[in-house]
Design a protein around this ligand. Structure first.
Ligand code: NAI
Ligand code: MG
Length: 371
């Protein structure tokens, strides 16, 4: 078998700290793999006016998958101000590299496991074990946005009677973001959720939308889910509205197993669910397409902790376990998860968020030692 090629993109801030932790564990696991480091993020934006240069995209294209740390990103005006003087006023606009990568490689599944590991003092309850499947390429994050509102777009919108209310609003006082859901997009994310339930022996999938208000977009998601569910006898489909789901996840999180939803709802609900099992220090994620996958902890670059090796590497190490599983290294993935679980359970080696003072790298070393 050919050697695996894995791209490592540490990015900014604590993305670099937790990538160093991942390397400690990967070294111990000793896959037959070559690791290729690439550049992404804020520092590149400031220097080159592009946080995701073509050379990084080319690097990813030459690999089997990518492990990503975290990046810093800021709103439009601030981004422009931080460019080096030579690049200012030249029309560079910042856009999120992670959103771009998801779209470029068609990584339509965003999978976020939220599991309460026994002994974690940060667990909200100890019996939570759910997985969020978030559509990753469409919805409100499709990137189809307008400001000011162009004439042609306005005329098209005015074919809808509800647009009358906004007829007097000047174009530079109205902004538009389109929520785009395609039948194909809806079907493949719902199918991914059911396939996962089938593979892991889970008994229920909950579609989380808001079809009573977002009649067309959420409506399409729910109707598609009902159709797909017919292919999976024995797995129950339930339906919940996004707002009540936020409430139910606090009230009875142990009742849920697989949740499937569109892009923005999934972003919100997975942060909520992640907090129930220890917060950002434990939240792992996989961005998966048919031909490529990118694995990243859910947290960002946490600038105030950058370079201090203080933050919890568990989110990143659990992310590595997701990557191993996707690569077909089930045994290694399970072993890593067991090592992580045993460190958590023993409770001696803990970063600050868990009430300890162990460093990022020492936690990783302890996990590696148990492998
Ligand atoms: P953040 O996730 O970077 O940090 C928020 C807070 O959560 C931190 O201050 C820290 O208290 C805690 N935290 C995060 N990761 C932790 C860990 N591994 N262990 C222990 N505690 C941890 O989110 P924030 O502050 O909203 O954003 C900072 C920057 O990161 C921004 O520029 C933002 O745009 C970016 N970001 C990037 C993401 C990505 O790369 N995918 C995701 C989220 C934010
Ligand atoms: Mg998020």
């Amino acid at each position: 078998m050919a050697k695996l090629r894995i791209a490592l993109l540490p990015g900014d801030g604590i993305g670099r700290d937790v990538m160093d932790a991942a390397r400690i564990v990967l070294e111990k696991i000793d896959l037959d793999a070559e690791y290729l480091e690439g550049e992404v993020g804020w520092e590149l934006w400031k220097r080159e006016g592009n946080p995701l240069p073509q050379r990084t995209i080319d690097l990813l294209k030459s690999t089997d998958c990518c492990l990503f740390g975290a990046i810093t990103s800021k709103p439009k005006e601030e981004a422009e101000k931080e460019l080096i003087p030579e690049l200012q006023g030249k029309g560079y606009t910042y856009s999120s590299p992670i959103v771009a990568l998801r779209q470029l490689f068609d990584l339509y599944i965003n999978m976020r496991p939220c599991k309460a590991y026994p002994g974690n003092p940060l667990n909200y309850r100890d019996d939570i074990d759910l997985v969020v499947f978030r559509e990753n390429t469409e919805g409100l994050y499709a990137g189809v946005e307008f400001y000011p509102l162009p004439d042609g777009v306005r005329r098209a919108l005015e074919t809808h009677p509800k647009m009358k209310r906004f007829a007097d609003v000047p174009p530079d006082e109205i902004a538009l973001t389109c929520r785009i859901i395609t039948r194909r997009g809806a079907e493949r994310i719902v199918r991914a959720a059911f396939e996962y339930a089938k593979k892991t022996g889970r008994k229920s999938v909950t579609i989380v939308e808001k079809p009573n208000v977002l009649r067309e977009t959420s409506g399409l998601m729910v109707r598609t889910a009902r159709e797909v569910a017919k292919d999976y006898p024995g797995i129950e489909l339930s339906e919940a509205n996004i707002d009540s789901m936020a409430m139910w996840l606090i009230k009875n999180p142990q009742d849920y197993s697989v949740l499937v939803t569109s892009n923005l709802f999934g972003d919100v609900i997975s942060d909520l669910a992640g907090q129930l099992v220890g917060g950002l220090g434990f939240a792992s994620s996989a961005n998966i397409g048919d031909h490529y996958a990118l694995f990243e902890p859910v947290h960002g670059s946490a600038p105030k902790y950058a370079g201090q090796y203080k933050v919890n590497p568990m989110a990143m190490l659990l992310t590595v376990s997701l990557m191993l599983e996707w690569l077909g290294k089930q045994e290694e993935a399970a072993k890593l998860e067991r090592a992580i679980a045993s460190v958590i359970k023993e409770g001696k080696v803990r970063t600050y968020d868990m009430g300890g003072s162990t460093s990022t790298l020492d936690v990783a070393r302890e996990v590696a030692r148990r492998l």
